[in-house]
Design a protein around this ligand. Structure first.
Ligand SMILES: [Zn+2]
Length: 388
């Protein structure tokens, strides 16, 4: 048995508590959390918390680290991204392997990962990180929908034959025509898979659906994509496409940078809210759009929040702690325990990983130390050290 005390330990009830002892079996299984600081224990500076759940990443884009200019808004990002992905097709699996190792070392225990290809699976196969794979589809040209779904089906078959867990999901409201949304809905409902979608990452997405104009539509047309299938609805993008969401199961909305109170109220009245989870990727939002979602509003409305890093194409790191530090820097009033809860238990709950995210006896959620940290603060120099 290993006995650890720390300045603060993240209790399964969501609070950071002092003066407790975490008792571990030799294989890292939690034997108990005792309500006193045992004399024979090892004392750890800072916070002890379970391994993180990174709810949204794109491991297969790790080779694009540093290839895309910051601050060009989503339209600038997309146009540079398409070129960067086309021109950089070497070293993809090696970069994914390095990134995957870094995920583990920086405290990530489980992750939701977006896949357009099989490129990240060499890295994932031998990784201790647990993955839920979202096979993502898009097709701004409707004639290609049958082929897109066929390719996605082939990729899910391949992932499942490796014993990987996956589901097919749509990319974003602006890149998925109604027929493709319906095809994804049907397959998600029959497989009871988890569902996620990039949501309201840029103001141009709402503008496109409200008015039929704006920078996203202009970008598609400049790329020779006519978007003839698209009809403005006069409503925000989220309200416009939510009819296509599966009729049961969990839904993760990723980014939410331009999600407003009206969107949340719509989700409540349409009965979707209780199935929705809101993923924050603050560093990617700052990288691309230079702004964060209205996190206090999401909290006030009772949104269940999870944390993602997005990819190294839109972030300089895929450390969950760096995301929490970014939120803490901007919103000091959010308790550190709350941030940690989003990054651990909430993510585990979304993915149905009941053995991760909390120090519960009999579980093996990983144990990480966060240095220079306490119930009231994270520091710029706070870092993760993996204990188990
Ligand atoms: Zn993403």
């Amino acid at each position: 048995m290993r006995r650890l005390t720390a300045d603060w330990i993240l209790h399964p009830d969501g609070n950071l508590v002092p003066g407790h002892t975490l008792v571990l079996e030799s294989n890292g299984t939690i034997a108990g959390l005792e309500r006193h600081a045992a004399d024979d224990s090892e004392h750890i500076e800072g916070i002890l918390c379970p391994g993180f759940v990174n709810a949204h990443g794109h491991l297969e884009l790790s080779h694009l680290n540093g290839k895309i200019t910051q601050g060009n808004k989503l339209t600038g990002f997309i146009s540079e991204f398409i070129t960067a992905r086309r021109e950089n097709n070497a070293g993809i699996s090696d970069a994914a392997l390095v990134a995957c190792k870094y995920m583990w070392e920086s405290g990530t225990q489980g992750s939701g990962d977006i896949c357009n290809t099989y490129d990240s699976f060499g890295a994932k196969k031998n990784s201790p990180v647990r993955f839920y794979n979202f096979v993502e589809v898009f097709s701004p040209v409707p004639g290609q929908i049958a082929k897109v779904m066929e390719d996605a089906g082939a990729l899910t078959d391949k992932i499942r034959s490796d014993r990987g867990v996956c589901g097919i999901v749509p990319h974003a409201p602006y890149s998925v025509p109604p027929a493709l949304f319906r095809a994804v809905k049907e397959i998600a409902e029959s497989n009871e898979s988890l569902y996620c979608i990039h949501n309201q990452e840029t103001q141009g997405e709402n503008e496109m659906f409200k008015t039929g104009n704006g920078p996203l539509i202009r970008l598609f047309r400049s790329m020779g994509i006519g978007m003839e299938w698209f009809e403005p609805t006069g409503k925000t993008s989220l309200v416009s496409v939510s009819d296509y969401f599966p009729s049961k199961g969990k839904i993760m909305l990723v980014h939410n940078t331009y999600t407003g109170i009206d969107d949340l109220q719509y989700l409540v009245t349409s009965g979707l809210f209780e199935r929705c989870w809101f993923c924050l990727c603050p560093k990617a939002n700052l990288f691309i759009e230079g702004r964060l979602p209205n996190i206090p509003m999401l909290m006030h409305e009772g949104c269940r929040i999870v944390i993602g890093t997005d990819s190294l194409a839109s972030n300089d790191s895929i450390s969950v702690l760096e995301e929490l530090k970014t939120i803490h820097h901007q919103y000091r009033k959010i308790p550190v325990a709350q941030l940690l809860q989003w990054a651990t238990a909430n993510g585990a709950d979304f993915f149905g990983w009941s053995d991760l995210g909390r120090f519960k006896p009999g579980c093996r959620p990983g144990v990480i130390q966060i240095t220079q940290a306490g119930a009231g603060h994270l520091m710029p120099g706070s870092a993760v050290r993996r204990m188990v």
